[in-house]
Design a protein around this ligand. Structure first.
Ligand SMILES: [Fe+2]
Length: 288
């Protein structure tokens, strides 16, 4: 594991506590929650080592974030080693490093599953990492599961993956639909997925225009239509954070403080309640 080769890794390793699914870490009741990022060191194309993760955490605290759900890539093609077990182990290392630095920034486990035709077989074998749920969420029968999709058409394999999650009472969450490669019928596809119970997570950076005009137009359209369940940074490295945080400012300026708070604070906590990580919390959006 690359992070253990980091110059400061040895110190952190001594304090790593095993994950405890019975006593989930709780997020503060106030403050921004980032629900999509690649802060975990050395396990995908995100932060390369613990020091870089810590630098990102300091930047997030400075920007008003109170905690985050770490969502490294997962799936048989992009990140086959990132099983729920491995994510828990690396998360424990970063939690320990944050504590050793005297910082308060709770982190919860998550994953961004890359939807490919062989993803279903992979999760059936390796388990399902849900947002805010320690370990395999299949035993929990509750929780939200983040996935992204880069195909140019929606296929039967995609629906089969959704069927599997929904059959386990897990809630699928499609990451950054504004960046999808599907063009014909994109909006009607999102409507159909919504009818199936798929929720949408928007990225903040497209609002700055750095992901192309189409992604910006789509992000603004989905905001105008109130289609996003929540929005997130999807940060990979320290250097990319300023633009993504600028996206949060654009959200506030363009759609108002109330809406911004809903998308960056209230809705993330509500979604995490599906995995029962927030004790006593409920999910009003599922009440009827
Ligand atoms: Fe991501």
């Amino acid at each position: 594991m690359r992070l253990l080769e980091d110059s400061r890794g040895a110190r952190y390793r001594q304090n790593v506590a095993p994950p405890d699914a019975r006593n989930p870490i709780e997020l503060p009741s106030r403050g921004l929650i980032d629900m999509h990022n690649h802060l975990l060191p050395g396990i995908d194309d995100g932060c390369n080592h613990v020091d870089e993760s810590l630098a990102c955490v300091r930047e997030l605290i400075q920007a008003g974030y109170a905690g985050a759900v770490c969502t490294p890539h997962g799936g048989p093609r992009l990140a086959p080693l990132n099983t729920p077990q491995r994510i828990s182990e690396v998360l424990a290392v970063l939690r320990s490093a944050i504590e050793a630095e005297g910082l308060h920034f709770p982190l919860l486990p998550g994953c961004e599953l890359s939807l490919t035709p062989d993803l279903l077989a992979w999760v059936q074998e390796q388990g399902v990492q849900a947002l805010g749920v320690e370990g395999d969420a299949r035993a929990r029968r509750g929780g939200a599961v983040l996935f992204d999709y880069w195909g140019s058409a929606w296929t039967k394999d995609c629906d089969a993956f959704l069927d599997y999650l929904l059959g386990l009472e897990l809630t699928p969450v499609l990451a950054h639909p504004e960046r999808m490669n599907i063009h014909d019928g994109w909006l009607s596809l999102l409507a159909r997925l919504g009818e199936r119970g798929v929720r949408l997570q928007g990225n903040l950076r497209p609002l700055v225009g750095k992901d192309g005009l189409l992604a910006q137009y789509r992000a603004e359209q989905l905001l105008d239509l109130d289609r996003y369940e929540y929005m997130a940074l999807d940060a990979h490295h320290l250097g990319c954070l300023p633009l993504r945080l600028e996206g949060a400012r654009r959200l506030r300026a363009g759609w108002g403080r109330k809406r911004s708070k809903q998308l960056l604070e209230t809705a993330p906590r509500r979604l995490l309640a599906l995995g029962q990580s927030l004790a006593g919390a409920s999910d009003p959006t599922r009440a009827s």
